[in-house]
Write a protein that binds this ligand. Structure first.
Ligand code: ZN
Length: 269
């Protein structure tokens, strides 16, 4: 038993010795490593300083609007933008443009005052950006078209539905683009989109909602003889300027007529 014990101790000392040597070896490697690590650190720090110096802290101004096109097959993005402007008649494009630009300018000034290194360089970037933003080609208005998609997750054996927004398309417009669209819509009193206005199939543009709008506006009353038709029997919607003569299917060109007056009007032509 004693012999075995001694053997065990010997093995143990040898193993320990091995470890020591190993440890020393490791120490040596560690010494080399430290100087390498210091170099790596110094290089990274220099890269960090350089990138900080050249880093552009400014972002371009953006007037972003989101349009939800869920459930609509292949919508015309341009027409959606028309509709957005129609729905936001009171939205002052110029005023909002100026407000965002002023805010952007004061933000930039704050950033410039805050930086210590590369101040001159940053002022230069800032000026360049200003030039670009003030140019006619800068698309400051952005319309993001999203589709809501239902997804599910499992929580405690329960399937829970949640919605995510999928960006399908992004339209970028300059201030002039926006004002141009607004101007053409203003000419037709925001009554319909440009595409619908130019459409050759005006008859197809008559919708239930539009019909309802005209009926309520005219209070179920024939605009020629004054017949009141609350039950809508014989009530017809007439194009004041007929489609053949270039009349449009817009509220201002529609009126309520009784069937008799509509027939008379039709036979006069
Ligand atoms: Zn009538």
């Amino acid at each position: 038993m004693g012999g075995f014990g001694t053997l065990r101790v010997t093995i143990l000392t040898e193993v320990l010795a091995e470890f020591k040597i190993g440890g020393k070896k490791c120490d040596d490697m560690y010494d080399i490593d430290i100087s390498v690590w210091i170099w790596i650190f110094v290089i990274i720090f220099i890269i960090f300083l350089i990138s900080r110096y050249f880093n552009n802290p400014f972002t371009y101004p953006l007037i972003k609007n989101t349009i939800d096109i869920s459930g609509r097959k292949k919508p015309s993005y341009d027409e959606c933008i028309d509709q957005w402007i129609i729905d936001h008649k009171s939205y002052d494009i110029n005023k909002n443009y100026e407000r965002v630009l002023n805010q952007w300018n004061s933000n930039n000034e704050r950033i410039l005052n805050g930086v210590i290194i590369g101040k001159k360089y940053k002022a230069e970037i800032c000026d360049n950006m200003k030039h670009r933003v003030m140019s006619d080609e800068y698309p400051i208005f952005q319309f993001v078209f999203i589709r809501k998609q239902t997804r599910y997750k499992q929580i405690n054996y329960q399937k829970i539905a949640y919605k995510v927004d999928n960006v399908e398309h992004v339209s970028e417009l300059t201030l002039n683009d926006m004002l141009k669209i607004e101007n053409s819509l203003k000419k037709i009193d925001y009554q319909t989109t440009r595409k619908k206005y130019k459409s050759k199939e005006q008859r197809k543009l008559m919708t239930k909602e539009l019909r309802r709008k005209v009926i309520e506006r005219d209070n179920y009353t024939c605009q020629i003889c004054g017949k009141y038709m609350p039950d809508e029997v014989g009530l017809q919607i007439d194009h004041i300027i007929s489609i053949n003569k270039g009349g449009k299917t817009i509220e201002s060109n529609l009126q309520v007529l009784c069937d008799k007056c509509n027939y008379k009007k039709g036979s006069k032509k």
